[in-house]
Design a protein around this ligand. Structure first.
Ligand code: 1GP
Length: 243
């Protein structure tokens, strides 16, 4: 079970690297290169998803499954992004926002299908933080992110997420964000949580990776930086796994 692995690593103070693959950003060739590099770098998880995708997830997941044993977790940008062939799915509730569709509406629509599937369902309190430009999540979900420097609001939201029974909290600057969530915010949120903390969005450099690790994130999600420079997978994995 993926959640058990996450908890075990949390107890051992081992950080984990989740590589984000947006199916629309890859052709079969670049996908294969990415997955082979991820295998060599011992990446912990592959997240698959995107705000808008023009094909189903099936082709991407099939190629990943054929070429890797790294667990595949769906990071759904919408209700269209469900596949039985992945290992798990983040059942996201956008708790920084006040749009009922993303708090509970879509989850109700997806629940019967998820229940029937073999997917491990990971209930996740998803917290979007403002990062200097409008993110796809902000636009598509029609929700306001938490302001960059409002640490107290992020902490209160994360605590509420844990109290509501989420298994994970995911603090997110948005894919392609100009900068990651601040170290101060990540460390304050982490201090108040018992459940694992995922951080992502705008992590581009080795220094960013170090800062986010030092701040206390348990799982780092990186997508955009790696789409442009695949060799960063090994470099980032080495930093994350040394913590
Ligand atoms: C986005 O957190 C992820 O949802 C990854 O963000 O693409 O900026 O790495 P990047």
């Amino acid at each position: 079970m993926i959640y058990e692995k996450i908890i075990l690593n949390l107890q051992r103070h081992k950080k984990q690297f989740a590589l984000l693959i947006d199916p629309d950003k890859h052709n079969d060739g670049s996908l294969l290169k990415t997955i082979h590099t991820a295998n060599e770098a011992n990446v912990d998880f592959i997240l698959v998803g995107g705000s808008i995708i023009s094909n189903t997830l099936e082709n991407t997941i099939e190629i990943l499954k054929k070429n890797s044993t790294i667990p595949i977790i769906i990071f759904p940008g919408s209700l269209l992004q469900i596949s039985e062939n992945a290992d798990a799915i983040l059942l996201l509730s956008l708790i920084s926002g006040r749009n009922p569709d993303f708090l509970i509406g879509n989850q109700v629509v997806a629940a019967p299908m998820l229940k029937k599937s073999n997917l491990e369902v990971l209930s996740t309190g998803y917290i979007l933080i403002e990062s200097g430009k409008t993110s796809s999540v902000e636009y598509m979900s029609n929700t306001k992110p938490i302001p960059y420097d409002k640490v107290d609001i992020a902490v209160a939201t994360a605590i509420a997420g844990e109290m509501l029974g989420h298994k994970l909290v995911y603090i997110e600057a948005g894919s392609g964000a100009p900068k990651p969530v601040s170290s101060k915010m990540i460390s304050e949120v982490k201090k108040h949580l018992k459940i694992p903390l995922i951080a992502g969005g705008g992590i581009r450099t080795a220094e960013d990776v170090e800062n986010v690790c030092k701040a206390g994130a348990d799982i780092l999600v990186i997508g955009t930086a790696i789409e442009k420079e695949m060799e960063k997978i090994k470099k980032f994995a080495a930093i994350i796994h040394q913590f």
